[in-house]
Design a protein around this ligand. Structure first.
Ligand SMILES: [Zn+2]
Length: 305
């Protein structure tokens, strides 16, 4: 069907538009879209502050009738107040909870598959989330289109199109490492229920660093471990969409000043995990979860057994 058409059907053809400029920065190896959204420019930068249920903005938006329950089954969809680009929505359970459930991944994954062109970006504490106390995903169209200021449709998230090197494949789950991208990242392929069980096992470890997760069509879960939340050269924290390669400075001044891909490569590298030993430790942990998933499922997915 397509995510944009789905939204327009529900909102009677009203396009959740963003007023956007886009430019591309490239060298011989990489090419990144850089976008400036006028609607986002009024967003004040603030350091992270914890939220309690009584002052949760996501809960308040439901009470005010600003969300739709028609877009993603079992979830509320809220048009982003500070959209990165058109059709940017925030999707979350009606219950105020920080925990991620296996069912969340099944719902998000099935939605991404059904739309075919939607990507769900998940920021957690230390990886760009403003309200990690209420679990939520950022839903994006995976293309930059004319309503995003692009002259023709172009992939919005470069990492999703990178080559991959397979680390393990048991016929049901395949763990890949992203290659030819400045950020260390893994991609797990498989049925959504197993991917949900895997990620909950992955996060239940004292070695877990801050991490971004991205859910993409055809059973793909991207895992992007983090070192810094905000690169010294950038004005804003990097969330999942930046780590996937869509760079979105908040102010016009920062957008205009960003004229070199070197600055982006440096920011992405420092926000990701660069040290080879640390990458190896993450891969070992991920491989262990992949191998052990049948026994872990007995604990984590009892309700689905
Ligand atoms: Zn809440």
């Amino acid at each position: 069907m397509g995510y944009a058409m789905h939204i327009r059907n529900i909102f009677n053809d009203i396009v959740p538009r963003a007023n956007i400029d886009v430019k591309w920065l490239s060298d011989g190896r990489y090419r990144f879209p850089v976008i400036f959204s006028l609607e986002r420019a009024s967003r004040p930068f603030k350091v992270f502050e914890p939220t309690a249920s009584e002052d949760c903005i996501l809960c308040a938006r439901i009470r005010k009738g600003r969300t739709s329950a028609e877009i993603t089954p079992g979830m509320e969809w809220l048009p982003a107040s500070f959209p990165i680009k058109a059709y940017h929505g925030i999707c979350y359970p009606a219950d105020h909870r920080a925990a991620m459930l296996v069912d969340d991944f099944i719902q998000f994954g099935m939605f991404a598959d059904r739309m075919g062109d939607a990507v769900i970006c998940i920021n957690l504490r230390g990886s760009g989330a403003s309200i990690p106390e209420h679990f939520h995903g950022q839903i994006h169209l995976d293309q930059l289109t004319a309503v995003d200021g692009a002259s023709d449709s172009q992939p919005a998230f470069p990492m999703l199109h990178c080559a991959m090197e397979t680390l393990a494949d048991d016929g049901l789950l395949r763990l890949d490492r992203i290659v030819n991208f400045p950020v260390f990242a893994l991609c797990l392929h498989g049925p959504w229920e197993l991917l949900g069980c895997w990620v909950i096992g992955y996060l239940a470890s004292s070695t877990t660093r801050p991490v971004n997760l991205a859910i993409a069509p055809t059973g793909r879960l991207f895992i992007i471990p983090r070192t810094l939340e905000k690169a010294p050269t950038q004005e804003n924290r990097y969330g999942c969409s930046e780590m996937l390669g869509l760079i979105s400075p908040v102010t016009r001044t920062a957008y205009d000043a960003l004229d070199s891909i070197e600055v982006i490569l440096q920011a992405l590298s420092s926000c990701g995990v660069q040290h080879p030993k640390e990458q190896q430790a993450i891969v070992e942990h991920a491989l262990w979860i992949t191998r052990s998933l049948p026994s872990l499922r007995g604990v984590n997915c009892h309700a689905h057994a």
